[in-house]
Design a binder for this molecule. Structure first.
Ligand SMILES: Nc1nc2c(c(=O)[nH]1)N=C([C@H](O)[C@@H](O)CO)CN2
Length: 117
């Protein structure tokens, strides 16, 4: 059985892009995450220490995005690796949307699953 702690549309301003003009501006990335967990002990004790703190995950993503990156693929891999290393989860799905990249699209991005579901 897998329970999920999720994060939807967490917005971060960061330097992201392959083109020179993108290296001089901040753009929005939106993060959607699903983290594999077992919520039963947290539910039974009503205690945050027994679950994944989604606020802490968001803070760690924001910190990682203080560095500039070219590809959203790079950010996705770094976020997945960081989450698997720092948090008590065996598997993570990371979706990153770059909402303004293609004006005619609602959003473009990447989605990766890492770890063992
Ligand atoms: N698969 C990707 N394609 C593109 C990326 C990317 O990060 N991954 N980035 C760009 C540019 O930075 C673009 O977003 C500028 O509007 C193009 N394609």
């Amino acid at each position: 059985m897998t329970d999920i702690v999720f994060i939807r549309q967490f917005k971060v301003q960061t330097v992201i892009g392959v083109y020179e003009w993108e290296k001089a501006i901040q753009q929005t990335l939106e993060f959607d995450l699903e983290l594999s967990t077992d919520i039963r002990q947290a539910a039974a004790t009503d205690d945050l220490q027994y679950t994944l703190d989604y606020s802490a995950v968001c803070s760690a993503i924001a910190e990682l995005c203080q560095q500039p990156h070219e590809l959203i693929e790079t950010v996705a891999e770094k976020v997945a690796a960081m989450v698997l290393q720092k948090f008590e989860t065996k598997a993570v799905k990371v979706t990153i949307t770059k909402p303004a990249a293609v004006p005619a699209a609602a959003g473009v991005g990447v989605s990766i699953c890492r770890g063992t579901w």
